[in-house]
Write a protein that binds this ligand. Structure first.
Ligand code: HEC
Ligand code: HEC
Length: 306
């Protein structure tokens, strides 16, 4: 962004753009096919099945889901919305190397991670029909997109570093003013009977400490572009950073990769300013009082003794 602006300023001032500047890579704009264009075939049926799993994940893929989120809770408009890590933009980037596990991941493996961490559940087998349906849906959304290229709107926005260090108290004020009405004063979300209307942002029903959303940068980028729902873009970058910090300075289910101790787990998986896991905030060591990972999968196992 800054590079593009700089080039523009230089060009506007009639100056040659220095060769030492990194080239601004153009990102192709892509629009996924409309739902109406879905063919009425066996293939179309599988696409629809994947879309339904994406929208109603605990109901349709319950044996792999430990919380009450849907894929679409964080990938809005059924995974179509730009700057909400849309599925059409993700599809064309896999297989890809991921620093998170240090090897090239197939798309199936990437999706397994979503279930284990974001859904606080467990990874479906790579050839499970759930993953096949999700991949079929993604493939269709990406129809006619070029592969191996970062499309405009891919991933979550990367905000520039905050002018002032992200702050818990300021974040709490943003939360009370703009978020609590839907997500609840304690981040617990809201149900209408048994049906979740607004997802939990922390606590036992949320994503776990291994999920990408627990990283402050990911959360700030998601929030800035997508929240408050229906009024996206109203928060300043600073407010987005502060409220992302506040949200991620609360306890949530344990990182399923936990080993030995909170300190050892932090050293191995969270050794960055982007994660508050293993850091003391307000006198509480985050991660030290985390509910067991797996959420209601564990509760179900405990009930059946299995
Ligand atoms: C709690 C929020 C959340 C939920 C729920 C969630 N995701 Fe994600 N997802 C993220 C975040 C954050 C990232 C970026 C993570 C990163 O790069 O570390 C991501 C990344 C992805 C990517 C890679 C995107 C790219 O451009 O490379 C795919 C694919 C994906 N998610 C699919 C899913 C699917 C399928 C589900 C449901 C089974 C799901 N996600 C549930 C937050 C979520
Ligand atoms: C008008 C109600 C509303 C408001 C206000 C709102 N959200 Fe949300 N939020 C939602 C809904 C609904 C979803 C799930 C998206 C979907 O299902 O389409 C969501 C999803 C999220 C998610 C990803 C899912 C999860 O549970 O982790 C985060 C993070 C989030 N909101 C943070 C915020 C923050 C921070 C604010 C305040 C700046 C905010 N929201 C304000 C309704 C709201």
């Amino acid at each position: 962004m800054t590079v593009i602006r700089l080039r523009f300023l230089l060009a506007a001032a009639g100056l040659a753009v220095s060769a030492s500047l990194p080239a601004a890579e153009p990102r192709p704009v892509f629009t996924p096919p409309s739902a109406a264009s879905l063919p009425d075939t066996e293939f179309g049926k599988a696409v629809r099945e994947g879309e339904q799993i994406f929208l109603h994940t605990p109901q349709l893929a319950g044996k792999f889901v430990g919380n009450d989120l849907n894929c679409a809770s964080c990938h809005l408009d059924a995974g179509r919305r730009p700057d909400s890590a849309p599925m059409w933009a993700a599809y064309v980037l896999y297989p890809a190397y991921r620093a998170k596990n240090g090897h090239v991941n197939t798309l199936a493996e990437r999706l397994q991670g979503c279930f284990r961490f974001s859904m606080n559940g467990k990874a479906p087998p790579a050839d499970d029909p759930t993953l096949t349906a999700l991949q079929t849906y993604m493939f269709w959304l990406a129809s006619k997109a070029p592969t191996g290229i970062v499309l405009e709107g891919q991933g979550y926005r990367k905000l520039p570093p905050p002018a002032r260090k992200a702050d818990y108290l300021r974040g709490g004020e943003v939360y009370a003013q703009y978020c609590a009405v839907c997500h609840g004063a304690e981040g617990q979300g809201q149900k209408n009977g048994k049906h979740w209307v607004f997802p939990a942002l922390w606590g036992p029903d949320s994503f776990n400490w291994g999920a990408g959303m627990h990283q402050i940068g990911n959360a700030a980028g998601f929030i800035k572009a997508n929240m408050p729902l229906g009024q996206a873009g109203m928060l300043s970058d600073q407010e987005a950073w502060d409220v992302a910090y506040f949200m991620n300075a609360h306890e949530r289910p344990q990182d399923p990769r936990y080993t030995e101790s909170v300190a050892a787990t932090r050293a191995k998986y969270h050794d960055s300013d982007d994660s508050l896991y293993g850091i003391e905030v307000n006198g509480h060591l985050l991660g030290s009082d985390a509910p067991a990972p797996g959420g209601k999968l564990n509760a179900a196992a405990a009930r059946t003794g299995g």
